[in-house]
Structure formats: structure tokens, C-alpha cells
Design a protein around this ligand. Structure first.
Ligand code: HEM
Length: 414
């Protein structure tokens, strides 16, 4: 079979699967597989996540295993109508891809393929696509200055950062999450490709190994420190906490953002060689938890609430004063919480030092970026700072979810 025929078949097969309501880009989809009791729950790699809803998918969605994160800038000369048309096309493409379809079904031999093709054959694996608008999008280029939410501003200088201008900000972001890295990458690549001439890449990062739990059904994963991460995260099922700390509500000055959320992204390098030389007890004191069980050093098991007043031998606090979980806790921060949804990353090796360039692509969702600022300010004294450094930073306002027929730009431009 020629390559051309194979791809033509791919489009047809993809369409057929979606018509059946279950998604795979191509090949055997969930409809053809024997049903197992696990079908449809987190971890079922053949399942789809609805693109439509009150909130964008990819925030409260149980965290998938992989991430592709793209920050893009609008190019000089692009107009308000270009941007609006781009958001319309992104909506259509995102709705298709998250349903397990190719970006488009019709490709002619005399035009570039409408879908780049690398995800053909890959199950959709719970792909979600979440988009956000950066502060600079509201700078007047597109007549959006009066639509800028007061809370959407560049973050102030914060402790433990040495920011690389190559990983800063962006007019727009695309967060694609999937249990399959190729499917996540394909989503960002194709949305950027659709935007050629209107947007260009600003920075991009691929994430592996989710470092958060965002649903009660999920096991707590581990980050590159080897510690469980996400134990005391907000869970999607905790709807009152989601309303109080994650979803933008009536307090916003911009009604178009209600039901949305702010996304703060921080590229945090972990100096793994230093960490790996630290002895276990010190590692545990740095975090404030036992490494293997994840239990707080005040005692109990993983999900026992930390007792920050408990003392150990010699009357010292069981959870040290500079432990990460003490300084980041809502008890220490006037109740402030965020929804963490980050991933580990690696950029290979530092060619000069021969050390690993990797760490945590910290992503968190919140009602206002002020929540992140509060926590990161409190982390100025964090013992973990000896082993980490924030090198990238961006903030985006993610609009609320859509109903079928609505477009990403509708509320913003109306
Ligand atoms: C490389 C950087 C970081 C690493 C490796 C890391 C790792 C961890 C670990 C292992 C925990 C304990 C388990 C848990 O409850 O999730 C934790 C908790 C937490 N972290 Fe981080 N973290 C990092 C950066 C940050 C940053 C930048 C923030 C926010 C500004 C943050 C906020 C929190 C919060 C709110 C908790 C829960 C604390 C509690 O209430 O017990 N972390 N982190």
C-alpha cells in the first residue's frame, strides 16, 4: 500500500470511530476492544475526555501522564480579526483532536496535509487541550485593553528565581495533556501549524511523569526528588475548594473570564546531582515528609494531616521550620491553596557542567495569580531552595469551557 493510500484510509477510519462515539485516531479503537471493568476510568488509555463543559478540560481532569506545553506570541502585523479567526480554527481543531479525529479529513495531493500525521494509529489517550491568554495579549494590539482582567499581570520578582528570557511569558498558551506523549505533542504542533503567519512559538516544554494528583481515584505519583507529590493537592471532587480557590467567580472585573482559571507556569530546575548526594534524613527534613511512605514527619500515614506543632526528640519541631510542606501549607498562608498540575521535564545535559538539565514544570491553576505570589513569597525560606531554581515563568488567563457551537474567542471578543 502506498503511503498516500494509507493516510487516506487513516482519515476514513478515524471518522468512523468517532461516529461510534469512542476515539482512536486510527486503527482499533475502544469500540472494537473487549469491554473491561476498567473501561472509561482514569488510566484507560483508549478513552476520550469531553472537550465541552462549564470549564475547560485539562484543569479538573484527572492528570494525564504526559504534557506538551506551548507558549506562543502573535506576530507583528497580525490583526484583531486574524486572532479571532485563529481562535475559531483552534476551537474546531481542538474539538476534533480531543475526540480522536484527525485535524481534517480531506487532504489533496497538491496542498500540505491538513493533519501532520504523526498521531495516526495512536489512541487519543484522554487528550485535553487547554488554552490561555497572556497579559501582553491585552496591550492594545487587538483592541482588547478594556477586556484585561485586573488580576492578569506579569508576576513580580519572586524568591529563588533566575529567569531565562527564552522561557518567559507568551501571548497565548496551549496545554495539551494525554497519556501518550506523541498525541500531546501532535496537538500543540498542529495548533501552532494552523496559526502559522499569525502566531509563532515562544517556548515549549514536554513533560513526563505527572507530579500531581487531581482526583481521588489517582495514586500519588513521585517527582524527580523521589518523593510523593500531590498528597495535599486540591482534588477535583472537592467542589467547594475548587470554587473557592481555582475557578474564577463573580469577584473578577471581567465577566468573560467567569468559570475560567489562571494558569501559572514555572520552569523549576532541580539540581539532581546535589540532591542525590544528600542523605535521606536531610531529604526528608527538606520536604517535611517520609520519602517512601509520604507520611508527614509529625507521624501517621500519607494522608494523615501534618501536625505543624508536633515536636520530636530534643523538643525540635517534627516538621522543621524551613520544611517545604510547612511553608507552602494553607495553614501557614492564611488559607491560600492552589491546584497543582505539574510534570517532570528534562532538557538533556548541561554541556559545560555535564550535569542533568531537568526538574519540575510547575503548573498550577488558581482563582488569582496572587495565590501563587503569596506561596512563592512564603517559600523564600524553603530548605528546598538549595536544590532548585526557577528559570522560566508565565501566567495566562484560561477562559471558561465551551458549549458545542461556541468558539474560544466568543466571550473575549463579544
Ligand atoms: C521543584 C520544585 C518543587 C518540588 C520538587 C515540590 C515538591 C513537593 C512535595 C514532594 C510536596 C509534598 C506532597 C504534597 O502534598 O504534594 C509538596 C507540597 C506542596 N508544594 Fe511543592 N514542590 C515544588 C515547588 C513548589 C512551588 C513553587 C509551590 C508554590 C509556590 C509549591 C507548593 C506546594 C504546596 C501548596 C504543597 C502542599 C503543602 C501542604 O499543604 O502540605 N511547591 N511539594
Amino acid at each position: 500500500m502506498s503511503r498516500r493510500r494509507m493516510l487516506a484510509g487513516a482519515g476514513a477510519a478515524g471518522t468512523g470511530l468517532v461516529a461510534g462515539g469512542l476515539g482512536g485516531y486510527f486503527g482499533r479503537g475502544a469500540a472494537e476492544r473487549p469491554r473491561s471493568p476498567a473501561a472509561g476510568i482514569a488510566g484507560d488509555s483508549t478513552s476520550t475526555v469531553s472537550f465541552y463543559g462549564e470549564h475547560q478540560a485539562g484543569i479538573a481532569t484527572p492528570a494525564q501522564d504526559r504534557l506538551a506545553f506551548g507558549s506562543l506570541n502573535v506576530v507583528a502585523g497580525a490583526t484583531r480579526s486574524d486572532l479571532r479567526e485563529l481562535l475559531r480554527q483552534w476551537t474546531t481543531a481542538a474539538a476534533r483532536m480531543t475526540a480522536g479525529k484527525l485535524v481534517g479529513d480531506v487532504t489533496t495531493p497538491y496542498a500540505p496535509p491538513v493533519d501532520t500525521g504523526e498521531a495516526v494509529g495512536s489512541p487519543v489517550s484522554r487528550l485535553t487541550i487547554t488554552i490561555g491568554f497572556g497579559p501582553a495579549l491585552f496591550d492594545g494590539r487587538f483592541g482588547l485593553a478594556t477586556r484585561k482582567p485586573a488580576a492578569l499581570a506579569q508576576l513580580p520578582p519572586l524568591p529563588n528565581e533566575d529567569l531565562d528570557p527564552d522561557y518567559a511569558g507568551g501571548d497565548l498558551c496551549i496545554q495539551a495533556c494525554s497519556d501518550d506523549p506523541l498525541v500531546a505533542f501532535h496537538a500543540v504542533r498542529n495548533l501552532a501549524r494552523i496559526g502559522m503567519g499569525i502566531v509563532e512559538h515562544n517556548w515549549m516544554e514536554l513533560g513526563f511523569g505527572r507530579t500531581s494528583t487531581t482526583a481521588t481515584s489517582q495514586q500519588t505519583p513521585r517527582n524527580l526528588l523521589g518523593f510523593k507529590d500531590g498528597t495535599r493537592n486540591i482534588r477535583a471532587e472537592q467542589t467547594s475548594l475548587m470554587n473557592d480557590y481555582v475557578w474564577v467567580g463573580r469577584e473578577t472585573d471581567q465577566p468573560w473570564l467567569r468559570g475560567g482559571s489562571y494558569l501559572v507556569a514555572r520552569k523549576i530546575r532541580i539540581f539532581v546531582e546535589s540532591w542525590d548526594r544528600d542523605y535521606l534524613q536531610d531529604q526528608e527534613h527538606v520536604i517535611g515528609r517520609a520519602k517512601i511512605s509520604g507520611a508527614p514527619l509529625s507521624g501517621g500515614t500519607e494522608f494523615t494531616a501534618p501536625d505543624f506543632r508536633a515536636t520530636g526528640p530534643g523538643g525540635q519541631p517534627a516538621i522543621p521550620g524551613d520544611a517545604h510542606i510547612r511553608l507552602a501549607s494553607f495553614e501557614h498562608n492564611n488559607g491560600t491553596r492552589i491546584l497543582r498540575r505539574g510534570y517532570s521535564f528534562t532538557d538533556g545535559i548541561d554541556p559545560q557542567a555535564g550535569t542533568l538539565l531537568g526538574g519540575l514544570l510547575f503548573i498550577a491553576f488558581m482563582k488569582s495569580p496572587a495565590q501563587f505570589v503569596r506561596l512563592q513569597t512564603a517559600l523564600a525560606a524553603d530548605a528546598l531552595n538549595e536544590y532548585t531554581q526557577h528559570t522560566g515563568s508565565a501566567v495566562f488567563a484560561c477562559p471558561p469551557g465551551l458549549r458545542p457551537g461556541q468558539q474560544f474567542g466568543d466571550a473575549l471578543f463579544s
